[in-house]
Design a protein around this ligand. Structure first.
Ligand SMILES: NC(=O)c1ccc[n+]([C@@H]2O[C@H](COP(=O)([O-])OP(=O)(O)OC[C@H]3O[C@@H](n4cnc5c(N)ncnc54)[C@H](O)[C@@H]3O)[C@@H](O)[C@H]2O)c1
Length: 345
């Protein structure tokens, strides 16, 4: 099989991970880096050896040597760029969240089905070894059916440049949407249940947050078989919270602590702790995982292209998690508990 030519559109914080993955995989060739900022596109091309650096993504889509397009631009641009790519016969890896509205996300997914090109969405935690390990444990009955799922996350901008980028995403979506889509996706994956309703609260802990949005949000989630979940996300320039994730069931509990939050032995990787309620025993072990395994994500898209794999199940998961977080954010605005619709392609 020939190498797949890749164009990465959007070479910011996340895009650079994709640029590196496309340059390093044995199955791909990094053809083009694209960014509205010419210096950013050129720097990415120079660092990772792309033949071209462009500012207009449409030029990259006209290139017949590009077979795969990675879209790592802000969410409001995903639909337009990814649709144009699909309509030119390119396969697409699009960053989450798929779009800012459910209508745009649905239209984009329908374009993929119509054009018979592959579209996959960047739910990176599905490729993360730590979460895969916990999924296997839960599905294997380690804690019984999950009753409570708690996920605390948050990011500290290390400088004003990063804060400006965070603020850009907050203006378009919100932390509960942008990061939250990962967390509700995990809840559905781990429990096999659907989210039926959501409620929440939000706060503006920085002076420059738009008055109709939040940089800190907590969402409560009710699932279809009576279990519940909670996630907390905050983006800030002043403080950082611990990224703890905990899953409780009738037979025990599992807790994940990220390597960078471990007070000692962080170099061993993420820590998984499993308390077995019947045996009254705590088992703990390290998973030397990579937080953002974009290479695996890219390889799975290539497998899907080469084997003409199914994309509909993954797109339905992406659509449903987007629906949950959009309603969650709306629930905060309204101060109400709102039902979540089922969204199916
Ligand atoms: N999966 C993850 O873990 C993860 C983590 C961070 C961000 N993301 C997602 O990745 C996407 C990008 O986020 P980011 O943090 O990298 O943002 P960013 O602001 O750092 O980068 C976005 C880049 O896209 C460029 N851009 C904007 N519009 C463009 C256009 N029309 N054509 C070409 N370039 C354009 C900008 O100049 C910028 O360099 C978002 O959807 C975000 O939610 C995912």
């Amino acid at each position: 099989m020939d190498e797949h030519g890749v164009a990465v559109i959007g070479c910011g914080g996340m895009g650079m991970n994709h640029v590196a993955a496309a340059a390093q995989s044995k199955r791909t060739r990094l053809v083009t880096t694209v960014d509205l900022n010419s210096g950013t596109a050129e720097q990415a091309a120079k660092t990772y050896g792309a033949a071209k650096a462009l500012t207009d993504y449409r030029e990259a889509l006209e290139d017949p040597s590009v077979g795969v397009v990675v879209v790592a631009t802000p969410p409001s641009t995903h639909r337009e760029i990814a649709e144009q790519a699909l309509r030119r016969g390119k396969h697409v890896l699009c960053e989450k969240p798929l779009a800012c509205t459910l209508d745009d996300a649905l239209a984009l997914c329908r374009t993929a089905v119509e054009t018979d090109c592959k579209l996959r969405v960047g739910y990176i935690l599905r490729h993360n070894r730590t979460y895969q390990t916990v999924a296997d444990m839960i599905h294997g009955g380690a804690i019984g059916a999950p009753m409570v799922m708690r996920m605390l996350g948050g990011e500290l901008a290390i400088n004003e440049e990063q804060w400006k980028r965070d603020l850009g995403l907050i203006v378009e979506t919100s932390p509960a949407i942008d990061c939250g889509c990962h967390y509700v996706d995990l809840m559905r994956w781990f429990s096999g249940e659907e989210v039926v309703s959501v409620c929440g609260v939000g706060a503006r802990t920085e002076f420059d947050i738009p008055h109709d949005n939040f940089n800190y949000e907590v969402i409560g989630v009710a699932l279809s078989k009576g279990s519940c979940g909670l996630y907390e996300v905050g983006w800030s320039r002043t403080y950082r919270n611990f990224s703890e994730k905990e899953f409780l069931g009738p037979k025990g509990r599992i807790r994940i602590t990220y390597s960078h939050d471990r007070l000692s032995e962080g170099e061993k990787g993420d820590l998984i702790e499993h308390f077995d309620l019947n045996k009254r025993k705590l088992l703990s072990f390290d998973v030397p995982g990579v937080l953002k395994p974009v290479t695996t994500e890219l390889e799975e898209l290539l497998d899907c292209i080469e084997t003409d794999g199914d994309i509909v199940a993954g797109l339905n998961d992406a659509l449903q998690s987007l629906a949950i977080v959009l309603v969650g954010h709306e629930a905060i605005q309204q101060g109400a508990t709102l039902p979540v619709p089922r969204v199916v392609l």
